[in-house]
Design a protein around this ligand. Sequence first.
Ligand SMILES: *Cc1c(COP(=O)(O)O)cnc(C)c1O
Length: 352
Amino acid sequence: MLSTQSVLPQIDLRSDTVTKPSPEMLEVIRSAPVGDDVYGEDPSVNQLQTLMASVFGKEAALYVPSGTMANQLCLRTHSEPGDEVICDYKAHIFNYESGAAGNLSQVQLHPLHGEHGILSVDQIKSAVRDKAYWNPWTKLIALENTGNKAGGTIYPIERIKEIYEFSREAGIKTHLDGARLWNAHVETGVSLNEYAQYFDSLSVCFSKGLGAPIGSVILGSADFIKKAHRYRKMWGGGMRQAGGLAAACIYAYEHHLAGLKQDHLHLGMIAEAFSGIKGVKIDWDTVRTNILIADVSETGKSAAEWTELLKNQNILISPFSATTVRFVTHRDVHPDQVERVVDVLESLGTGN
Ligand SMILES: *Cc1c(COP(=O)(O)O)cnc(C)c1O
């Protein structure tokens, strides 16, 4: 016989990538019309691409297997070997893409120390290099919204606009890693279309908070996407009957977008409860969407020990560094589970 404790379902706050397709989504996947997408004949992939181009106000879109491939295809398409890409030092393209920029595109990244993942125009200006032949050439400014490693922070639209205006004067392209742009959009009310107009290219993920199993889309001009399409095939990302997956992305966009707001509310409740524990430090400026990165260095326990302690309560979190832990809310964390997390954290807080 199993004890009650051991059958309590795990509450997985490690990432918003752990969501599983709902029965409704599985039915959409099962019944999606499909064809050979390398021939351009998959109606569901084509529908997703047309829909996204229209949502973001771009000429064209391309479905790709992962967010990493999405970003890297954009870097490759914008650049030549020896070029340089300006980004924040917490950027996903700098930290979590296996060094792909140097390997696949032969470009170098120029990471700057922004505040909570957000760069200033002056910082960017002073990082742009002269076009001397011995310099790397500054080709691209890559921003991330929301900023993952920064704690789900939102780029203010005014700042994006200023950076864009500078990029036009300087003749530099702009790229947005918008894996979680959806979260910024539901939180600020700034339309996806408005965000997109300040970028020559964007990548957006369907497998994060939106809860589809697989895939990202890149967006840009028709010429840009035509070039990226060739690199996608070169890199082994050309897919055949991918329509079921694309249909899941359409379903996720149409049915799960508004629900992200709920994830943000849940995260706020968890942050509040965790901050009640003695020694836990939270920078509230970073608590904006569905990610919390909290400093536990003064709690007397390491990040690994906090992770273990909560795991014993069937709550999974990520040790983010030796002294920080990460909580991420998503659509498979239900209100009653958030309540349970809050209860557990509050009980750990009392007695301190
Ligand atoms: C998840 C993520 C990606 C893409 O990651 P994949 O694991 O390749 O899908 C890109 N950028 C950010 C900010 C992300 O959070």
